[in-house]
Structures are given as C-alpha cells and as structure tokens.
Design a binder for this molecule. Structure first.
Ligand SMILES: NC(=O)c1ccc[n+]([C@@H]2O[C@H](COP(=O)([O-])OP(=O)(O)OC[C@H]3O[C@@H](n4cnc5c(N)ncnc54)[C@H](OP(=O)(O)O)[C@@H]3O)[C@@H](O)[C@H]2O)c1
Length: 331
C-alpha cells in the first residue's frame, strides 16, 4: 500500500510517499481502507521531533481517520466489510493511552489496522471528510467545554486560536450548547470566518490587547470559561479576562508551555485551572460528535483536501498557520 512515512524527524521534506507493507490484522482487529485522514498540530510536533514523547521510527502519522472496513479478524462478529467507520485513535491501557499515529502507525496511509472496539460506524449522511475531523478536534471541544469545563447554556466562553482545527470546533460546539462566544485569532481574515461559523464577538490577538477587549465586550464582567490552546503567551491576559469563580481550560501550548505563575488571582478569585486531554475522553464523546453532525446539522470546518501524496504541502499549510479549520488527506 501507499503511505506517508518518515524515517527521521525534521522539516516537511522528511515525509516520504512510499510503498509500505500492508498491515496484518490480529484476531480482534479490523483493517480499514482509509478514505480521509485529517491533520492536527500534533502531527507537526511529532514529525519535527518536538514532542516530549518521541515516536519510534520509521513512523506513519495520522491520529484522525475515517474509511471502510476492508477485513475483520476471526473474533470480530459485529462489523462487516464495507461498514463506514471513524476510528477512535486511543487504546486505553493500564499504563495509559496508546494512540494511533503516535504510538503505532496511523491514518496517513491507504490502510490502517486497529482493534475492532476502536471503530465507530458512521451514518450515511456523515461524509468521510467530516468524520475524520471529529476524533481529535470535536471531541476535545466537547470533552473540554462540557466534561471538564462544565459549560452551561447562557455562559460566555472565550475561545483562543479560533481559526485552528480545535478552536473552530470549540466555537461551533459552544454555540450549539447555547453559549455566547468571544473568539480570538491572529488575523482579521480568520476573524471574518470565525464570525461566519457563529462567534458573537472577535478579537485579533496580534493587534489588540485581548483582556482589554474582553472587558469592553462583557462590560467589565469577564468570561465564565476560557478554552485556551495558546498557553504561556496568553496566561496573564487569561487571568484578567475570566470572572471570579471562572474556569480556564488548558488545552494547548502553541504560544509556549511554561510561564511564571502568580497564585494570587487564582486564590483570591476562586478560579479553576483545568487540564484537558482528548486521550482521556470517554467513547461517548465521539458518538456525541457524530450526532452533532448527523442530527444537529453542525458542519465541520474544512479548509482544504489533498491527495495522500501531497501530505507535505498539507502539513506546510498548518505550519504557515494559513489554514482555517481542518486540512484533510484523501488516500
Ligand atoms: N489537549 C488536547 O487534548 C488537545 C487536542 C487537540 C489539540 N490540542 C492542542 O491545541 C493546539 C491547536 O491544535 P490544532 O491541531 O487545532 O492546531 P492547528 O489547526 O494547526 O492551528 C494552530 C493555530 O494556533 C495559532 N497559533 C498561535 N500561536 C502559534 C504559534 N506560535 N505557532 C503555531 N500556531 C500558533 C495559529 O492561529 P493564528 O494564526 O490565528 O494565531 C494556528 O493556526 C495545539 O497546541 C494542540 O497540541 C490539544
């Protein structure tokens, strides 16, 4: 089969479109013919060797994938070849999560193998492209905002990097739940698109002081919840933007993973600082994400699709921060 594999970490040119042995499935596994695999910031960090948990080389990335069941192992009775599925990339083990595209070969290939218990059938009205956006971004958004953040209808949420895959999903998921959404991004062009997907107010964090803007927009009240994928560079302003008893979700660190920490405001204003990792989300979050698309009519935000052979150009788009929402490979 064809796959995008890398034998060393580095720039996008380490990604090789090459012939790789077909995966051999075990008795409890299924072989999936991949139709769509969406890209995540995580893929870039792994490929660049910037993840604290390096991958074993050679490696095939791709944490998010959807396709058709091609073959099933001997013990798999409830899934037939031809079934359209999306893959839950996380295998929960006593030692912690083992993740497709991180700990073993992923979806940037024509075929992948995975335990049968890790695939979820998708209804006909959910396209492969749409399904491939769900397991990381939409699950992170839903698990973060509701399971971790306890978002309530009528609350105000500040979503950072709202043009990213995860940020655009968080805007849609929060709006769907009846929240008011203030969204930040790095360009006015992205902010226009963020409004189109439902944000009530927008802030350009490169040209405006977002804490000042949040203050104006909320008439001095601040927000109830912050969905933060930026990290260190947003930390001080996050503390100024959240209201007393508010919650800050730490989701990502594109703006740095370490900063000094002033305990005072957190203690004095009863703030909650909550970590979020999608790899701890329950399976139900993925099922809910599928329903969001099939039943609630949420349209995942997809910027561009590429053939598998053009994975390097696709990753470059993310690296240049030029995408809005998701970028997808179609093997
Ligand atoms: N905790 C979890 O379970 C979880 C799950 C999914 C993602 N994440 C994290 O969330 C973050 C976003 O992931 P994603 O896949 O949605 O990202 P993505 O689609 O690649 O978008 C990242 C966006 O972040 C913004 N950004 C701000 N500072 C940046 C910087 N220094 N370098 C690059 N981008 C920067 C850019 O938007 P602007 O141009 O608007 O600034 C960029 O488009 C990552 O840190 C990722 O690891 C965490």
């Amino acid at each position: 089969m064809k796959a995008i594999r890398y034998h060393e970490v580095g720039e996008v040119d380490v990604l090789k479109y090459e012939e790789v042995d077909m995966p051999e499935i075990g008795d409890d596994e299924v072989l999936v013919r991949v139709r769509a695999a969406s890209l995540n910031h995580l893929d870039l960090r792994l490929r660049a060797g910037k993840s604290p948990r390096p991958v074993e080389l050679p490696h095939i990335g791709g944490v998010d994938a959807a396709g058709d069941i091609e073959a099933v192992g001997k013990n798999v009775a409830d899934l037939a070849p031809g079934t359209r599925v999306v893959v839950d990339p996380t295998i929960k083990t006593p030692k912690g999560p083992s993740v497709m595209g991180v700990n073993f070969y992923g979806g940037f290939a024509e075929y992948l193998k995975i335990p049968a218990t890790n695939v979820v059938p998708i209804p006909d009205e959910v396209s492969y492209d749409d399904a491939s956006t769900l397991p990381i971004c939409y699950v992170t958004a839903a698990y973060g905002l509701y399971d971790r953040g306890g978002l309530q209808k009528g609350e105000t949420v500040l979503v950072h990097a709202a043009g990213s895959g995860t940020g655009s999903a968080a805007v849609q998921v929060a709006k769907e739940g009846g929240a008011t959404v203030i969204a930040t991004a790095g360009s006015d062009e992205k902010l226009e698109k963020v409004k189109e997907i439902g944000a009530d107010a927008t802030i350009n964090y490169n040209t405006q002081d977002f804490a000042e803007e949040v203050k104006k927009i909320t008439e001095g009240k601040g927000v109830d919840l912050i969905f933060d994928q930026v990290g260190a560079s947003a930390w001080d302003n996050n503390l100024k933007s959240v209201k007393a008893k508010g919650r800050i979700l730490l989701v990502g660190v594109v703006g740095g993973g370490q900063t000094t920490f002033n305990f005072g405001p957190v203690i004095m204003r009863d703030l909650s600082i909550l970590g979020v990792t999608v790899f701890n989300a329950p399976r139900q979050s993925l099922i809910n994400a599928i329903n969001l698309v099939s039943k609630n009519g949420v349209k995942p935000v997809i910027d561009k699709t590429f053939p598998l052979s053009e994975a390097a150009q696709a990753q470059k788009m993310l690296e240049d921060r030029s995408q809005f929402g998701k970028v997808i490979l179609n093997p």
